[in-house]
Write a protein that binds this ligand. Structure first.
Ligand code: F0G
Length: 477
């Protein structure tokens, strides 16, 4: 597959040792993850892919920290501090972020999201316990905020004029909010008519220039690739390694909330694959720092109609990352799912996600629309509530338990990526029995898919009397 971000900013060059010192103590580089290349670039270079080979970049922070064993208690203590940086669940972990002490951070106090016990979901999945890390409790209602605080801080430090992203809705809402905080111009590219009105409303409200593109998300990403070499434009999609830096802190927060007992499994939904990549990086850094002694198995769940990485994973000939990734991903031209957040056929960060899954011995699978819809309703029954893409995790866990890949007594954390109010139309249609996926107009044999909600909860119309209310309660007892 050719990557939708074709080239880096032209002014780029690798420094002699690939490093730039940001402060007295911080030395970090942007490094190409392709093993045969491995080029390093300064942290202030505005690049998104390796200028030498076109491979993905990631930030390499030094891990030879003198005080490493004291970090967990330092991070814990910061939870009680009123310092701007300590109140953010991302900047609290700043020892592992590529910024000097003097940086002016752009924050909405992201992170600090709850890790809930979900007994009904556990039973539904066939587990004795299940915990849900609710990233939908971030300021703009999705996990994107943990990455956006870092990307927009970097954009502002670099003196960018305009920040831009392609989005299925949540990245846009998040970027729009952080750009507003930083007083930066913000433009977002959205697939016309394919995102939830609630997410679109957020971007409008935060003053972003909203470009509704005639095409799908992958077309928007292609345009991002074309815009990437404009020096005044800063790209905030997860191809940008600074986004991933912010999102990796979720792994640190989960470990802190688990009192540094590593869960057996961490399960995330997969769309453009930034989140799974980031979690993989976060856990890996904790392992290399010696703060944990093993990795959780990271598994990624996709929607059946938008599952290019699950297909590659199922059909791969080797468990070795280099051979599996060289087999290449087959791009889906017309991804289809009601979970619009993950309606993506050409995920840009698939290589990093595949590496995270293979190195932790996790899985990548796809789940059906019906499974996502019922799992979403089940999350709601636990009193939590998430958007459809998030519930793919619970549906996936149920499938992995049934397949014997997760054992009933293992400890499992599912990441919920978005808030239930992100897509209210989906929720009410599910409970009314009117949720359906239209037939593919290009496929004459395709038929509309009607979701038969196993946990439907339709509103009842009753007369305005105490008696009818009590009768209704009695009927439903
Ligand atoms: N869940 C939600 C709620 C999302 O919004 C997304 C991605 C994902 C899961 C998948 O995460 O892309 O890191 O694998 N939303 C992007 C957006 C694409 O533009 O808002 P991923």
């Amino acid at each position: 597959m050719s990557n939708p971000i074709p080239k880096a900013a032209p002014q780029t060059s690798a420094t002699a040792d690939g490093q730039k010192r940001l402060g007295p103590e911080i030395v970090a580089v942007q490094r190409c993850i392709v093993q045969s290349c491995g080029a390093a670039y300064g942290i202030l270079e505005q690049i998104y892919l390796c200028p030498r080979c076109g491979g993905p970049l990631e930030i390499e922070c030094p891990l030879d920290l003198a005080n490493r064993s004291a970090l967990p208690s330092l991070w814990h203590a910061r939870g009680a501090s009123q310092d701007l940086r300590d109140r953010s669940g991302v900047w609290r972990y700043r020892e592992l972020l590529p910024f000097g002490d003097g940086v002016k951070i752009i924050t909405l106090f992201e992170g600090n999201t709850p890790l809930y016990d979900a007994p009904r979901c556990a039973k539904y999945c066939g587990l004795s316990a299940l915990r849900l890390k609710h990233q939908g409790c971030n300021p703009t209602g999705s996990f994107k905020d943990t990455g956006m605080t870092v990307a927009v801080t970097q954009a502002a430090s670099l003196g960018a004029r305009t920040v831009v992203c392609a989005s299925t809705g949540n990245t846009a809402a998040s970027l729009a909010a952080y750009a507003a905080r930083a007083e930066l111009q913000c433009a977002i590219l959205l697939p016309q008519g394919q995102i939830s009105p609630a997410k679109l409303a957020q971007s409008l409200d935060h003053g972003a220039i909203v470009c509704e593109i005639e095409g799908n998300f992958d077309d928007c990403m292609r345009l991002i690739g074309e815009l990437a070499d404009e020096p005044s434009i800063y790209i905030a999609n997860s191809i940008n390694p600074f986004r991933v830096e912010g999102q990796k802190t979720v792994a640190f927060e989960v470990l802190q909330q688990c009192e540094w007992r590593v869960p057996d499994h961490v399960v995330v939904p997969g769309g453009n694959m930034g989140n799974s990549s980031a979690l993989g990086k976060g856990f890996d850094e904790m392992l290399r720092l010696g703060l944990i002694d093993r990795l959780p198995k990271i598994s990624v769940i996709q929607a059946e109609g938008a599952a290019p990485l699950a297909h590659l994973f199922a059909g791969r000939k080797s468990a070795d990352y280099d051979s599996a990734s060289s087999e290449g991903i087959e791009v889906l031209k017309d991804p289809r799912t009601l979970a619009t957040a993950i309606k993506i056929g050409a995920p840009v960060s698939w290589r990093k996600a595949l590496r995270a899954v293979l190195s932790s011995h996790g899985d990548i699978i796809a789940v059906a629309e019906q499974e996502i819809a019922d799992a979403k309703a089940m999350v709601g029954r636990d009193g939590i509530g998430c958007e459809p893409a998030s519930a793919a995790t619970v549906a996936g866990i149920r499938k992995l338990v049934a397949a014997g890949k997760i054992h009933p007594d293992e400890s499992v954390v599912a990441v919920l990526t978005g808030h239930v109010l992100k897509d209210p139309d989906y929720v009410s249609n599910y409970h009314r029995g009117t949720l359906s996926l239209a037939a593919n107009p290009d496929d004459k044999t395709d038929e509309p898919l009607q979701i038969q909600g196993a946990f439907r909860n339709e509103a009842v119309k009753i007369s305005a009397s105490k008696k009818s209310i009590l009768e209704s309660l009695e009927r439903q007892r």
